[in-house]
Design a protein around this ligand. Structure first.
Ligand code: DQA
Length: 150
């Protein structure tokens, strides 16, 4: 496992997560993306982590952020959203990140439609946390804190 890093943690979010308020609240809860961001930054502050939250609907932009994390040795928490299920390009970019990388999901894709049962990202992530709503991000940051301290 990668040793402690003081680099900023990048919390990357994929397509349609910027529109959380318009999506099914039974699956995604009641926070809009600004509120989710605020929640994640609050958790990071409690844990003493330097963290930046980003969202993009663009595969290209997410890949460029993963390249940035690879170059800067930034730990990553990523919710690739629908890209989870088919983007080999995001998988390959995630594989370049040598600092810890944790995949998160608000919902539990394994309890949803069959196409969501495959994650092409999990195989290059240190771990996956899914199904706990915003707490998935909290649990990921707690896990990262432990990993970065080891
Ligand atoms: C998601 C699950 C994906 O299947 C879906 O496409 C999303 C959000 C989640 O956070 O639960 O957009 O990643």
């Amino acid at each position: 496992m990668t040793k402690a890093s003081t680099a900023k943690i990048l919390v990357l979010n994929g397509p349609n997560l910027g529109r959380l308020d318009l999506r099914d609240s039974k699956l995604y809860g009641n926070l809009n993306f600004a509120q989710l961001t605020e929640y994640v930054l609050g958790v990071a502050a409690e844990l003493g982590l330097d963290c930046e939250v980003r969202q993009s609907d663009s595969e290209v932009e997410i890949i460029s952020w993963l390249h940035e994390a690879a170059d800067g040795n930034n730990p990553v928490v990523i919710n690739p959203a629908a890209f989870t299920h088919y983007s080999y390009a995001i998988r390959d970019a995630a594989d370049l990140v040598k600092a810890p990388l944790i995949e998160v999901h608000l919902s539990n894709p394994m309890s949803r439609e069959e196409f969501r049962h495959t994650s092409v990202i999990s195989g290059v992530a240190n771990g996956t946390i899914a199904g706990f709503g915003p707490d998935s991000y909290r649990l990921a940051l707690i896990a990262l804190t432990k990993m970065l301290g080891e």
